[in-house]
Design a protein around this ligand. Structure first.
Ligand code: ADP
Length: 489
């Protein structure tokens, strides 16, 4: 099967969250299953061309692409995704992609990704490569399926091409004023009231993709069910319900080449299930580096997160006094909303011996925290899949999570399973979204941390779980086949 995988961020070139990790791993896994995969992303100026061995595509040269009546010359660079035979194409348009951040709140954010969507299709035309599937991800690629169908429907190259759209987070929908569709040159009827893209007088890229793509999925089974409800659907539940025969949930995998305590190059002491006792050396090293007193009997609790409301930081901050009274130490790595950055800074000043806060994005430190911490906290209000709890499980760092979305699908509560006579739990979870429920679960974890045999059992249960991409990639192939059948009757 020929698969074009399209995303606005791909690790290692650009990453702000889980999408980057997924887009850097799933295409490689699909190619290992014997499929021909090409990846497409914008060429941001946040990463260097030499650094990643990008080549300018002379054969393609310059492609004129029109957005809002202006023609931009787009150039193309290529490279191979690390350690793979998957080619990646970079859509290079400095006017749109040379900004301080990869996502912006600039007035032309819609234009940036309209250009990207058109750019991908035009590259496919230039290289005369007819994919069976174009797999789009999140609202930034939401215009591609409708463009393919309507603006490029004349091109025989795409006669059989089906589209699949993955929702990595329904909270980000790409809502713009209705001029966005004019800029994209999408037919007027689609942004009239009740049209494919119309949403309360604006246009909504996510809605358009949900309604137009041949198949739609999200990144865990529980989140797929949640998205059909008013509480979690963020307005998309009606449109998803209208696609319920074509809507699926597939759990993300994790890339064990990158996230593996046995080989992780960012941690000073590698370890496995067999020499789990070496894990603690990472904790000692990290605490020494941070200038926090080390005590092997005091659990270290890690948080790595975008600092946004979704991640449950309000219930964490609300319960901060009681949490800081616990006999535990904390390390927080995150960046995001100013209000949370300020709050965490204040907390760090108030409890210098208890908590260390690093504000910013730091890949190396994120690996170090996974290796060093005893417990990992993810109290998300909602969580489409979540990767960090899966990394934690692999690193023997016991997760405490709110039971929602992908967290519910990947973490089994130790006590809940114990009540059923099973010692198969891998962490702790709570249902009620409150500081109190969070506190109780952290207390349960700390209690068991001191029961050395129990703790080791929980750690090993988690470390032995298999979240490799292969299983998920096979499920994506099933969805691709569904989409192809749908497209071609
Ligand atoms: P989301 O995509 O909602 O941010 P995920 O758990 O799916 O959440 O993925 C987050 C990814 O981003 C993980 O790989 C995590 O380690 C990483 N990450 C988040 N914040 C930071 C940060 N401040 N520094 C380094 N890595 C981070």
């Amino acid at each position: 099967m020929k698969i074009a995988y399209v995303a606005s961020e791909v690790f290692p070139y650009a990453k702000t969250g889980g999408l980057g990790d997924v887009a850097g791993a799933l295409p490689i896994e699909l190619s290992k299953l014997g499929h021909e995969v090409k990846v497409f992303m914008p060429k941001y100026n946040t990463f260097g061309e030499a650094e990643y061995g990008l080549h300018y595509e002379w054969d393609i040269g310059s492609i004129p692409i029109r957005v809002d009546g202006h023609v931009y010359q787009v150039h193309v660079h290529t490279a191979m995704l690390p350690d793979s035979n998957v080619e990646i194409f970079f859509v290079d348009c400095p006017h749109y992609f040379h900004r301080f951040r990869i996502y912006t709140t600039d007035w032309d954010e819609d234009e940036r990704f309209i250009l990207f969507s058109k750019g991908v299709i035009e590259i496919l035309q230039r290289i005369a490569w007819a994919p069976d599937i174009i797999h789009c991800n999140d609202w930034q690629t939401g215009m591609l399926p409708i463009h393919l169908k309507e603006n490029y429907g004349w091109d025989k190259l795409f006669d059989k091409t089906a589209t699949v759209f993955t929702i990595h987070n329904v909270a980000y929908q790409g809502i713009f004023s209705k001029e966005a569709f004019e800029k994209a040159e999408i037919k007027y009827e689609h942004y009239q009231t009740g049209g494919l893209g119309e949403y309360y007088g604006n246009v909504n890229f996510l809605k358009t993709a949900i309604l137009v793509s041949d198949a739609v999925n999200t990144v865990s089974e529980t989140y797929a069910k949640e998205l059909l409800t008013e509480e979690y659907g963020a307005g998309m539940q009606i449109f998803l319900a209208s696609r319920k025969d074509d809507f699926f949930g597939i759990l993300n995998g994790i890339d064990y080449n990158v996230w593996n305590p046995e080989t992780d190059r960012f941690i000073p002491y590698n370890f496995t299930c067999e020499n789990l006792s070496d894990k603690i050396k990472n904790k000692k090293t990290l605490l020494e580096r941070l200038g926090i007193p080390y005590n092997e009997n005091v659990p270290l609790i890690g948080i790595i997160s975008r600092l946004v409301d979704q991640k449950g930081l309000d219930i964490f901050v609300y319960g901060i006094n009681q949490l800081m009274e616990l006999d535990a130490q904390w390390i927080v790595l995150g960046s995001g909303l100013q209000k949370y950055e300020d709050l965490f800074q204040q907390i760090a000043v108030r409890y210098p011996e208890k908590i260390s806060v690093y504000l910013g994005f730091n890949n190396e430190l994120s690996h170090m925290i996974e290796a060093a911490a005893d417990i990992f906290l993810m109290p998300s209000r909602f969580e489409p899949c979540g990767l960090n709890q899966m990394y934690s499980l692999r690193y023997g760092t016991v997760p405490v999570v709110r039971k929602t979305g992908g967290l519910a699908d990947t973490v089994q509560d130790w006590n809940e399973f114990l009540e059923q006579g099973k010692e198969t739990g891998t962490g702790y979870s709570f249902v009620e979204y409150s500081s109190h429920a969070l506190l109780l679960s952290v207390q349960r974890a700390i209690h068991d941390f001191h029961l050395k045999d129990v703790w080791k059992k929980i750690q090993l249960n988690g470390m032995k779980k298999d979240f490799s991409w292969q299983k998920s990639a096979e499920k994506y192939i099933q969805i691709y086949n569904h989409a192809i059948r749908k497209r071609n009757g």
